[in-house]
Design a binder for this molecule. Structure first.
Ligand SMILES: Cc1ncc(C[n+]2csc(CCOP(=O)(O)OP(=O)(O)O)c2C)c(N)n1
Ligand SMILES: [Mg+2]
Length: 321
């Protein structure tokens, strides 16, 4: 089946939703009403937006500390995410988890975790638990490039191959772990996807530098029946600091040329231009899409601000139980 006009439009919508939500968080963060650190995905919206065009609603996903994009790309509740970041009882983790502990069971988003690599064994365990159900669901395990440096990564690769678990490892390689570039952490020319293929996992290496090409290549992967564990590495780039609402280019841990290279190929600009060029949308359609999403975001912040904080007895009931 060919990619349809609607696939491209939905891809753009997801990227726009993630970008605008993250920028709104970034702008409002200094008001000090958000009760947790935030790892924003500005710049790296395209990978999760692309895979979620092809994942089924019934597939599962588990994420890491930079979870907002993964959660929103799976159509989880925006209101509950913002309320969670504000530490409110109406949040998706009842206000006790914050930005790094997002969950939406209705959408099969089984959680996110602050411990680097923790999505790997928990996601594989979840896949093991659904192995014999008939629905043929997959578990998409999001990881960052740094996750491929933890022991549990290798143990789990072995286990998923042995048990033929229905997992999709989805590695967003933004080249950095906090301030440390890959060249300081891994031997020269090491390819992450090759680590997985050495374990016998079918592995793919894509780039989000051209978001449309990414969508097309992702489509190719999902054209074939996936009946074994697979590993998808996508090169991508965050524009803001590792954790927090600001830019940190003044710290000089990333070359200016590299930053420019990625921001000159912005996924939002590329997808919007593509929709116009292909006449999938008129300028007016794009405006309407943006207007609707902006309103959803505004409502989510109003909902969060107007919600109550959790009560201690909820803490006893939900967390200490
Ligand atoms: C087990 C563990 N070690 C270290 C940390 C501290 N830490 C938090 S985020 C992070 C960087 C992870 O980088 P990566 O997985 O590439 O994701 P990115 O932040 O680049 O999206 C580190 C080292 C942690 N949370 N857990
Ligand atoms: Mg990284």
């Amino acid at each position: 089946m060919k990619l349809k006009k609607n696939n491209y439009i939905n891809f753009f919508k997801k990227i726009y939703l993630i970008r605008k939500t993250e920028l709104e968080i970034s702008e409002r963060y200094s008001e000090q009403k958000m009760r947790c650190p935030v790892h924003l995905s500005v710049g790296q919206e395209a990978p999760s937006a692309a895979i979620n065009i092809f994942l089924k609603k019934t597939d599962f996903a588990i994420s890491y500390h930079r979870a907002h994009a993964h959660y929103l790309a799976k159509d989880c509740s925006l209101k509950k995410m913002i309320a969670e970041i504000y530490g409110k009882a109406s949040g998706c983790s009842n206000g006790f988890g914050g930005s790094m502990h997002l969950v939406d069971e209705k959408k099969n988003f089984i959680g996110s975790t602050a411990i680097v690599s923790n999505s790997i064994p928990v996601g594989a365990g979840y896949a093991y638990s659904i192995l014999n159900n008939s629905k043929n669901n997959k578990v998409c395990i999001y990881i960052g490039d740094a996750s491929c440096e933890e022991g549990v990564f290798f143990e789990t690769l072995n286990f998923v191959v042995l048990k033929k678990l229905p997992v999709i490892f989805f590695c967003e390689n933004n080249k950095y772990s906090v301030y440390s570039g890959l060249k300081n952490r891994q031997p020269k020319n090491r390819k992450l996807f090759k680590l997985a293929s050495a374990f016998g996992i079918k592995s793919f290496h894509l780039s989000s530098l051209n978001a449309i090409e990414l969508l097309k290549k992702m489509h190719k992967i999902f054209q074939k029946k996936i009946d074994e564990p697979i590993f998808i590495e996508v090169d991508t780039y965050r524009y803001l600091e590792h954790c927090g609402p600001n830019r940190d280019d003044n710290l000089n841990y990333r070359p200016t040329k590299e930053i420019k290279h990625w921001s000159n190929n912005d996924p939002l600009v590329i997808t919007e231009n593509y929709l116009l060029k292909k006449k999938f949308c008129s300028e007016k359609n794009i405006k309407e899409i943006k207007f609707k999403i902006d309103a959803l975001i505004r409502d989510a912040f109003i909902f969060a601000e107007n919600s109550n904080p959790p009560r201690y007895k909820d803490y006893e009931r939900l967390v200490l139980k």
